[in-house]
Structure formats: structure tokens, C-alpha cells
Design a protein around this ligand. Structure first.
Ligand code: CUA
Length: 336
């Protein structure tokens, strides 16, 4: 994105310089040319000029519309992560950046990514607002308590790039930084296999799922009091009252912390909140687990590359008719 951001920026600067110089020069020139030459000289009224009016309406209008359209297109490209991106979870806390690759690698203040690979960051914070900022990539995104924010980038040249926190967050804010290391694919593979941590994020989530006793209600065989979570991730869920929602990170997080916000059709709002019982990092572990038992299981596990979202969203989790047996969520069995 750096080239696109810079081009727009230089355009804005050029337009600003051009008009600043033009206006300042004309002011000086006119001040001299039309200065009062004698005491008897008086200003004369000037008739309006339609031509002049039109010129200074139309030119700024066209220029500002160009800025608007150009700026909007860069903005949309920057803030809409592409579908085929490699997803990495980020947890910010005073004062460090924690990175979690889906297949288990964990890092602090260092992020290793392969070159020419779009990377999508799903970010949360344990405490205050931080801001993920890599100037070389022209990427800056706030990480806000209580929600997930995203950012994406693609390294096009191997190297180490400075990472900063760009939101004042306390005593060691200035030291809250690190490096993004963009690597050749072979180096990246070597790095991935080198520092294996043994336990994947999803496995930690699975353990947590049992520790928090989620599995007493969310059973895999549709006999539980809660919806089956196998095959859920990425699908569209029908809610009580008729709405639908896509089962993504945001929805799952909300359902854990505020279960009554969006109740799946056919179920009772009996789930207690887990607010305060799971940290943001643990919530991401739970999500990684639910994701790992989702429809994209095979692909996601194979390479750490999440399946494209488009391929997951085709199935719709249908509501359970009133009085019927609990929803069976075996993937494939609910295709309309
Ligand atoms: Cu984190 Cu400043």
C-alpha cells in the first residue's frame, strides 16, 4: 500500500503548495501593482464577474472530488482485509505485542511473515487502547478494548520493519514496539518448523473449552443445551427474532461475553456470561478452537492458511423448529 498512500499524499501536498504559492505571489504582486499612488486616488467599485466566479467554484470542486474519490479508494483498500489473507491474532497489553500464528507459533514484539503473502491481523487488547503501526507498510490501526479490530499488509521485500505502538498507553508506551520480519518463503518455512511450541492455539482453546465447562452444554452430538459448535465458524446463523449473523470472531467473542445479545433461534438464553473469566488471549484461543472444528478445518490445519471466507459462508445454520430436537450442526447436513 505504501506506493498508493504516498502517491495520494504527494498529490495533496503538490496541490497545497501550488495554491499556496499562487495565492501568496498574487497577493504580493497585486499589493504592489494596485498600491495607492497619491492622496487623491480612491478605490472604484468593481462589477462582479460570472466567469471568475465559475472558475473558482469549478476548479476547487473538481480538485476536491478527485481527492475524495482517490482517498476513498485507498481507504477501502487499506481497511478491507482481502479474503485470501493469512490470519494472525494479535493481543496488545501494557507494554508488549503478542502475536499468535494459527498453527501454534507465538511471538512477542516480533512478527515473522512470508514475503508476498497478504497478512490479516485480528487484534485485541487486554487493557487500554494501543495502536499497531508499521510506518514502512503505511499501516496504522487502533486496538480498542472490548472489540476486535483488523489491519492487513503484504510485505513485498524481505527485511526487518519497525513496529510501533502509536497510541499513548502509559509509562512504557515509547518502548512498546518491535519488528516485523518479512522473510523469503523458504526461510519462513524453516522458521516455522524451527521454533515449534508444541501446543497450537486451537489446542489451548480446546483445553480451555473443557476447563470452563463449555462442553457440558455445547456438545458435538446435538444433545446439549447449547448449539453445536462443530462446523459453525464462518457460517450464517439464524437468530431468535429472525435476524442472521455470520459466525466470525466478533460474533463468537460477543456470544461468550454477552450470551444474550444474539441467541440462536430455537435455544433458550440460559448461557451465563464469561466476562472476566477469560482474557482476550484466552478468548482468541477459544475462537481458534471453534475455528479449528469449523468447516475450513482441513485447509486451516494444513498450512495455517485459513480458507477463503467465501467458501465457508455457503451453508446456513437453520433454526430449530419450536419443540423439535436440538439443532444438528453436522457440516453438510443443513444445506438448504
Ligand atoms: Cu501501547 Cu502505546
Amino acid at each position: 500500500m505504501a506506493g498508493r498512500v504516498d502517491a495520494l499524499y504527494f498529490f495533496l501536498v503538490s496541490v497545497t503548495i501550488f495554491f499556496s504559492v499562487l495565492i501568496a505571489s498574487l497577493e504580493i504582486y497585486f499589493a504592489i501593482k494596485y498600491r495607492r499612488r497619491s492622496k487623491e486616488e480612491y478605490a472604484e467599485p468593481i462589477e462582479g464577474s460570472m466567469k471568475l466566479e465559475l472558475v473558482w467554484i469549478i476548479i476547487p470542486f473538481v480538485l476536491s472530488m478527485v481527492m475524495f474519490a482517490w482517498g476513498a479508494s485507498v481507504y477501502f483498500a487499506l481497511y478491507r482485509p482481502p479474503q485470501n489473507a493469512l490470519e494472525i491474532y494479535v493481543v496488545a497489553k501494557q507494554w508488549m505485542w503478542k502475536f499468535q500464528h494459527l498453527d501454534g507459533q507465538r511471538e512477542i514484539n516480533e512478527l515473522h511473515v512470508p514475503v508476498h503473502q497478504k497478512i490479516k491481523l485480528i487484534m485485541a487488547t487486554e487493557d487500554v487502547i494501543h495502536s499497531f503501526y508499521v510506518p514502512a507498510f503505511r499501516v496504522k490501526a487502533d486496538v480498542v478494548p472490548g472489540r476486535y479490530t483488523t489491519a492487513w499488509f503484504e510485505g513485498i521485500k524481505p527485511g526487518r520493519y519497525h513496529l510501533f505502538c502509536a497510541e499513548y498507553c502509559g509509562t512504557n508506551h515509547s518502548a512498546m514496539g518491535g519488528w516485523v520480519e518479512v522473510m523469503e518463503p523458504t526461510d519462513y518455512q524453516a522458521w516455522m518448523s524451527g521454533g515449534a511450541t508444541g501446543t497450537s492455539f486451537a489446542a489451548l482453546g480446546q483445553k480451555l473449552f473443557r476447563d470452563l465447562a463449555c462442553n457440558t452444554c455445547h456438545r458435538s452430538d446435538a444433545t446439549g443445551r447449547g448449539p453445536v459448535l462443530e462446523g459453525l465458524f464462518g457460517r450464517t446463523v439464524t437468530l431468535q427474532g429472525g435476524g442472521t449473523v455470520k459466525a466470525d470472531e466478533v460474533y463468537i467473542r460477543e456470544s461468550v461475553l454477552n450470551p444474550r445479545a444474539k441467541v440462536v433461534a430455537g435455544f433458550e438464553p440460559i448461557m451465563p456470561t464469561f466476562q472476566g473469566l477469560a482474557s482476550e488471549e484466552q478468548l482468541l484461543q477459544l475462537i481458534a478452537y471453534i475455528r479449528s472444528i469449523g468447516p475450513s478445518q482441513g485447509q486451516a490445519a494444513a498450512m495455517g492458511t485459513p480458507a477463503e471466507e467465501g467458501s465457508q459462508g455457503s451453508g446456513v445454520v437453520k433454526p430449530k423448529p419450536p419443540g423439535a430436537k436440538p439443532l444438528s450442526a453436522a457440516p453438510g447436513s443443513e444445506k438448504p
